[in-house]
Design a binder for this molecule. Structure first.
Ligand code: GLU
Length: 325
C-alpha cells in the first residue's frame, strides 16, 4: 500500500458489507449492515458493498438484486461496489477477482508454509474429533510434510502435489491477539483452535479466508464489521494479513440475532426475512427495531438513519453473544 492509502485511512474510515447472495437477507444481516454503515457514516467514511459469490452453486444474481433493493429500501446506500461495480477498487464481485487470489496464493506458497492436502471430507471426519466447544474439526496434519513438522516424507508430499489437491496453510503455535471493538481482547492459538486451514480447494474453489483478506486489503477497508460467528476467523485472517504484508484493519464483531429456540437466524427463518419485514414495517420502524435490539435506542420507536448517524457510538452497543428476538 502506498502512502496515499495510509493518509486516506487517517482521514476517512472505510467499511464494507459483504453478503453472500444465497438468499434473502434476514434481521441479523440487516443489523450487521446497519451497524457497519453507521460506524463509517457517523465519521464521514465510505461504505463498500462487496458480493461474496465464491460458491457458484448457491450464489444467484437474483438474490444480489434483492439484497441491493432491500439495502436501498432502508436507506443504506453504498459508495463503492454492488452489481454495477461502482468505484475504483473493483471488481467488487468475488467471482471476478480470482486472479488476485491466485497471486496471493503464489505469495503464500513462496513462504514455504503451504502444502498439498488430498484429504477428503470423509478422511477428516474419520481422523479428527470435533472441537469440544462448537463441533469444528481442527485438521490433524495427515498431509503435513516432514519439513513443516509432520510425518509425511518429501516423496509422499511430492506425490500429493501431482494429483488434484487442496492447498493448506500451516499455522504456528502461539497466540494471535487483537482487540475487537465490542468483545475486547481476543487471544487465539491458531494451531490449537483452528489448525492448518485451506486456501484453495482441490476443485479450484477459493477459500473465504483468503478471498476476504485480499479483498479487504486491496479495497482499503479500515474496519470489518460482521457477525460474531466470524470472531475466530479474524485470527486466521490476521495471520494472512501479516504473511501477505497487508495492514490489519480494525474488527468489530456484532451479536448474532437468534430466534426463540436460541438458534441463529438463517435465511430460512421466513418471518424475520426481509420479505415479511418489508410487509410488516416501514423503513423507520424497522430501523427502530434494529436500533433498540442493538442498544442504540431505549425503545423501538421509529427512527431515521440520519438520527442514528448523529448519535452512533460503539460504546452504546451491548456485547451480548446473541440477541433473541
Ligand atoms: N460473506 C459472509 C456472509 O455473508 C460475510 C463475510 C465477512 O463479512 O467477512 O456471512
Amino acid at each position: 500500500m502506498g502512502n496515499s492509502d495510509i493518509n486516506s485511512e487517517i482521514t476517512q474510515p472505510v467499511g464494507r458489507f459483504a453478503p453472500s447472495p444465497t438468499g434473502r437477507m434476514h434481521l441479523g444481516n440487516i443489523m450487521t449492515a446497519v451497524l457497519s454503515w453507521l460506524s463509517v457514516k457517523s465519521r464521514g467514511g465510505r461504505w463498500i458493498l462487496r458480493i461474496e459469490d465464491l460458491d457458484p452453486q448457491r450464489s444467484k444474481i437474483e438474490y444480489m438484486q434483492r439484497i441491493e433493493d432491500d439495502l436501498l429500501w432502508l436507506g443504506l446506500d453504498w459508495d463503492e461496489g454492488g452489481l454495477d461495480e461502482r468505484g475504483l477498487n473493483g471488481p467488487y464481485i468475488q467471482s471476478r477477482r480470482y486472479g488476485y487470489y491466485a497471486e496471493a496464493l503464489r505469495h503464500l506458497q513462496a513462504t514455504g508454509q503451504t502444502y498439498a492436502c488430498t484429504c477428503t471430507r470423509a478422511d477428516i471426519l474419520a481422523t479428527q474429533a470435533p472441537h469440544q466447544s462448537d463441533g469444528r474439526r481442527v485438521y490433524g496434519g495427515r498431509c503435513l510434510p516432514v519439513h513443516l513438522g509432520g510425518a509425511l516424507s518429501e516423496s509422499e508430499a511430492e506425490a500429493r502435489r501431482s494429483v488434484p489437491h487442496a492447498v493448506r496453510l500451516h499455522v504456528p503455535q502461539g497466540d494471535i491477539t487483537f482487540t475487537d471493538r465490542l468483545y475486547g481482547l481476543q487471544r487465539t492459538d491458531l494451531s490449537r483452535e483452528c489448525g492448518d486451514f485451506i486456501l484453495c480447494r482441490a476443485d479450484g474453489a477459493w477459500s473465504y479466508q483468503l478471498a476476504v483478506v485480499v479483498d479487504d486489503a486491496m479495497m482499503g477497508v479500515t474496519e470489518v464489521v460482521r457477525g460474531n460467528d466470524l470472531l475466530l476467523s479474524a485470527a486466521q485472517q490476521i495471520y494472512l494479513y501479516r504473511l501477505l504484508g497487508y495492514r490489519v484493519p480494525e474488527f468489530a464483531h456484532v451479536p448474532l440475532v437468534c430466534n426463540k429456540d436460541s438458534r441463529r437466524l438463517s435465511k430460512r427463518d421466513a418471518s424475520l426475512s426481509m420479505e415479511s419485514l418489508r410487509r410488516d414495517y416501514t423503513p423507520e420502524r424497522l430501523l427502530g427495531l434494529v436500533a433498540s435490539l442493538a442498544g442504540l435506542c431505549d425503545d423501538a420507536s421509529p427512527v431515521t438513519l440520519t438520527q442514528l448517524t448523529e448519535t452512533f457510538n460503539w460504546q452504546m452497543i451491548t456485547p451480548a453473544a446473541v440477541i433473541i428476538i
